[in-house]
Ligand binder design. Structure first.
Ligand SMILES: Cc1ncc(COP(=O)(O)O)c(C=O)c1O
Length: 382
């Protein structure tokens, strides 16, 4: 019997090595990893420059606590906020970044009401679980935090009818990842931003899955040309080293004064050594343009092969969902057997999150495998 809480339905595969988009399991079988550790290893596994930066830091000092100055934290925060009036709070995960965002919004506005959206996912702490608009995540946990309302996603009228001067924040994902790779419309994002300004509510964008180049921009909200008051990052920020960040407008800085919020490990030097290089690589215009180009290439390829057979293909950049006629779990399993790792999102969506460094040959190979499993073997089809 396992000594672990059975919180995860695990695949019977242990991945023991990885390089770029390829991983190897304990039996020596190789796979193309189109999960990237759930949008974490955006630069692929064991990226040389990240490895070098982390190794150098490991040989100097690992941790000093947040009671001492940290030049590397300042450096990473400066890179994250380049060309904007923003400040950063470092933590260790997406849930913690969202938790910080919710606390900041409540304290700054002095208001209690938070609006989030159906099918959203924001984390597993009590506050972020409450923010998550999915009954299955709430089930069995008794009373949740008060003050949360869940509206239909992309429904600007519903938001207009609900937001008020009591609203502390509206929190949303630009593409709902766990909920089914569901993109927000640009009108919805712009409308939500305008409504927040009108009512003095803060707009919190959860970029935990969509951020760090995943959609071909540094942050997915940049596609809509909006300026959230707060956005949150984790997953891809450390390329596998645990790190999260809550990035807020400078006007919010004083609300989080000394002793108001904190985290022992937040901004840990090893995690910062990784994030420092990850940002340098991903925030390069040519790198982001390459992600966009490969995203278009892959989506077109999938559309040519699958359009007549699947319910829909959607996403942006290298965050792609293929909606199938039946549950997507069987397709994930058969693809694994054939050497391609993918994910589900919601029940029927096959979610594909290749490393952003993936090659076109690898994308082509994956598209052929997906076509073979879905169309020729009719997995996921009625
Ligand atoms: C959009 C979004 N927000 C928050 C989280 C929670 O992040 P973590 O698991 O690092 O706490 C996730 C994780 O999947 C996510 O996709």
């Amino acid at each position: 019997m396992s000594s672990l809480f059975p919180t995860y339905a695990k695949f019977p595969i242990e991945i023991v090595e990885g390089k770029g988009a390829m991983v190897k399991d304990a039996n020596g079988k190789t796979y193309l990893d189109f999960t990237s550790g759930i949008a974490v290893c955006n630069l692929g596994h064991c990226h040389e420059r990240v490895l070098d930066s982390v190794q150098k830091q490991l040989s100097k000092i690992w941790h000093t606590s947040n009671l001492f100055e940290s030049n590397i934290q300042e450096q990473v925060a400066t890179k994250l906020t380049a060309d904007s009036e923003r400040v950063v709070f470092f933590c260790n995960s997406g849930a913690e970044a969202n938790e910080a965002a919710l606390k900041l919004a409540k304290k700054h506005t002095g208001r209690d009401e938070i609006i989030t959206f159906q099918q959203s996912f924001h984390g597993r702490t009590i506050a972020t679980m409450t923010a998550t608009g999915q009954g299955k995540i709430h089930d069995g946990f008794g009373a949740l935090l008060p003050g949360f309302t869940y509206l239909p996603y992309n429904d600007l009228d519903a938001l207009k009818n609900t937001i008020s001067t009591k609203t502390a924040a509206v929190m949303l994902e630009v593409i709902q990842g766990e909920g089914g790779v569901l993109p927000a419309t640009p009108e919805f994002l712009v409308g939500a931003s305008e409504l927040c300004q009108k009512y003095g509510a803060l707009l919190i964008i959860d970029e935990v899955q969509t951020g760090m180049g995943r959609t071909g921009k540094r942050f997915a909200f940049e596609h809509a040309g909006i300026e959230p008051d707060i956005f949150t990052l984790a997953k891809g920020l450390g390329n596998g080293l645990p790190v999260g960040a809550m990035v807020g407008a400078s006007k919010l800085a004083e609300t989080f004064g000394p002793g108001v919020h904190g985290s022992t490990f937040g901004g840990n030097k090893i995690a910062m050594a990784a994030a420092d290089v990850v940002i340098d690589i991903i925030f390069d215009e040519a790198f982001l343009a390459d992600v966009t180009e490969k995203g278009v290439f892959f989506q077109q390829l999938l559309a040519e092969k699958l359009d007549a057979h699947v319910i829909g293909i959607r996403g942006n950049g290298l965050m792609i969902g293929i909606e199938l006629e039946t549950e997507a779990g069987s397709a994930v399993k058969v693809l694994q057997e054939q050497g391609l790792l993918t994910l589900t999102a919601g029940l029927n969506v096959l979610r594909i999150l290749p490393p952003l460094t993936v090659t076109k040959e690898e994308l082509l190979h994956a598209a052929n495998l997906i076509e073979s499993v879905l169309i020729k073997q009719e997995v996921g089809m009625k």
